[in-house]
Design a protein around this ligand. Structure first.
Ligand code: DER
Length: 232
């Protein structure tokens, strides 16, 4: 499909940033999965020696399947480059991430990288963040109380929406790799991303939110006709 082609060309382009000897963070999601496959190919063809730090169990499994040398973030300590997808990207390269429920490890790995490259199809580029529900990782203990506190907090913030929902995995609540839950915040439009990102993490029970502010350095946009655009 054109969307798959767009994701593939963006992923393939981003792999060009990977150099011999690098420690590379591997994102999660369908676009990142294309990147992991392309990276496996390039490593095999060019004999690149890289170490890879995944951002989810499923990315780790795929990375091993394609023959990458997977290590933990603790072994790597710091990364040269992280390549990951996004659910929304604005003009300042601020992101909404977490559609794949991996935002906690993704944000830690992206923050521990000299450079973060986001790979997307054009549909992810927006004027203002917020149409995509903002994922929030919360611990299971008292999650309904946390949910109520978040909704109360939203009333006082510069956002349009107020409702939150528990992310389900079929008929049961979803559990992240860390055993936490995800609340999705239906905000429609976020007026002040920096303020919201800060305030949400102050609420007891909240572990992390899917707003990536001042983390992304480069955006690679793929198109269904095979074109790819670089935004630095
Ligand atoms: O969960 C995530 O943060 C993913 O990177 C997501 O935002 C993008 O997933 P996609 O590449 O499947 O659209």
């Amino acid at each position: 499909s054109p969307i798959d082609k767009a994701k593939f060309v963006a992923a393939k382009k981003a792999v060009e940033f990977v150099e011999d000897g690098m420690r590379v963070g591997l994102g999660t999601g369908s676009t990142a999965a294309w990147m992991v496959r392309c990276l496996g190919e390039v490593v095999r063809e060019e004999g690149l020696r890289i170490r890879a730090v995944p951002t989810s169990a499923r990315t780790a499994a795929l990375a091993r399947d394609v023959g990458l040398d997977v290590i933990s973030l603790d072994e790597a300590r710091w990364l040269d480059l992280t390549i990951d997808g996004a659910d929304e990207v604005d003009h300042e390269f601020n992101l909404i991430k977490g559609g794949g429920a991996a935002l906690l490890q993704e944000k830690i790995v992206a923050t521990a990288s000299d450079r973060m490259v986001v790979i997307t199809d054009a549909s992810k580029e927006v004027e203002t963040l917020g149409a995509f529900p903002l994922p929030l990782e919360v611990i299971p203990f008292g999650w309904q109380t946390t949910k109520a506190l978040v909704e109360e907090m939203l009333d006082s913030l510069d956002v349009m929406g107020r409702t939150t929902s528990l992310r389900m995995n079929g008929a049961a609540p979803l559990f992240t790799d860390e055993g936490n839950h995800i609340l999705d915040l239906h905000l429609n439009r976020i007026g002040n991303v920096r303020q919201l990102a800060m305030v949400l993490n102050q609420i007891p029970g909240v572990v992390e939110n899917g707003l990536f502010v001042d983390i992304c350095d480069t955006v690679v946009v793929g198109y269904g006709d095979g074109r790819v655009q670089l935004r630095d």
